[in-house]
Design a protein around this ligand. Sequence first.
Ligand code: PLP
Length: 413
Amino acid sequence: MLSTSAPGDIRSALPPSPPDESEPFESVLEDLDAVLQRGLTHWQSPRFFGYFATTASEPAILAELLVATLNQVGILWRASPALQELEEVTVSWLRQILGLPEGWHGQLEEAASLSSTIALAAARATRPGQRVVVCSEHAHSSIDKACRLLDLEVRRLPADERFALRPELIDLEGACAAVGTIGTTSCASIDPIEALAEACERAGVWLHIDAAYAGAAAALPELRTLFAGWERADSIVVNPHKWLLVSQGCSVLWTRRPDELRRAFSLVPEYLRVTEDVVSYSEYSQVLGRRFRALTLWTVLRCHGVNGIRDVLREHVRLAGQFERWVDAEPGWEVVAPRHFSLVCFRLEASDEVNQELMDRVNRSGEMFLSHTRLDDQFVLRLAIGNARTTETDVRQAWEVLRREASAIRANG
Ligand code: PLP
């Protein structure tokens, strides 16, 4: 599950220089088994519960083969009208699935980190001289990184006991943007989006919503209330490569202010000038040549269908609720954060060292993988359900492994 290789193992097992003569493809496959395999952490396993679990679903895998085969390089509309226009259609489909307003511009990027950087670059250009970005202490580190690159200053506000930004502390003095998170990385908490929208509208500050993980859940009508107010944002990021069955490398950035993105990013050199009256995605992004990501997202949406995707998401939320109830009912264990989606934060009622030991033992067992965070200055275990192949049997087994290893620790000490 978790790779068993030690640092440098893989590197030292590989030739330091390339072959002069061609090798058969079988040799590559042999080395995949003989060398690389032990350095793989199995993100595709149904018992991968670390970070935010993901799925490269079968349609995504096949579509990626087509993406590489067709090798479209989307530098401008005429370089691949299919890429440009399929992307427009596909992000509009996903916008509808998530219940976002008509007319928003959407684009696909490699990762949420880049989507947020692009949104904050546009926000910065709207308020020259205002260099602060306001967010909660639980906002993702990609916001800090974006601000570092854009020479902006981050103002992190303390969160409440539910790990959400406190509305009464919102201070937009000197700000060009505020970032609200729906589904924070540590514990999937939700910032008060309506209050943020209110304050941003009053102050004329750009509101960016980071829903990289949890945004997928807006496809479920019964969870839509958790997203109240996000339609008032200036930009939103959601990652299909997290919880929407798409392989790594697919993040959607929507904005209702595309002209601001274009103002920040459009730079068309002579050799890319054309006579057609078209706009190309390269004018809205830092990247010139884009991959045919839309083909993968489009394939996934078609082959699963909206109802198929909803079934997967709903089952993950149900399984997380089941696991949460088991932990809650077990003496000596505690759930430590409110659960909204498919992530459960929990711990043994014991020291940080014991919880760390528990996680290490569980991960060493190879039967499952989970990761940790710190909340209220305590070491906390995270069980993130997000792989489409995860069943109730997997989650039950994970709970058995956790209880077994906790008993072993108690017996030893
Ligand atoms: N935002 C949130 C809330 C996240 O949880 C993550 C990653 O887990 C990111 C942003 C960064 O995503 P990416 O790896 O696509 O840059």
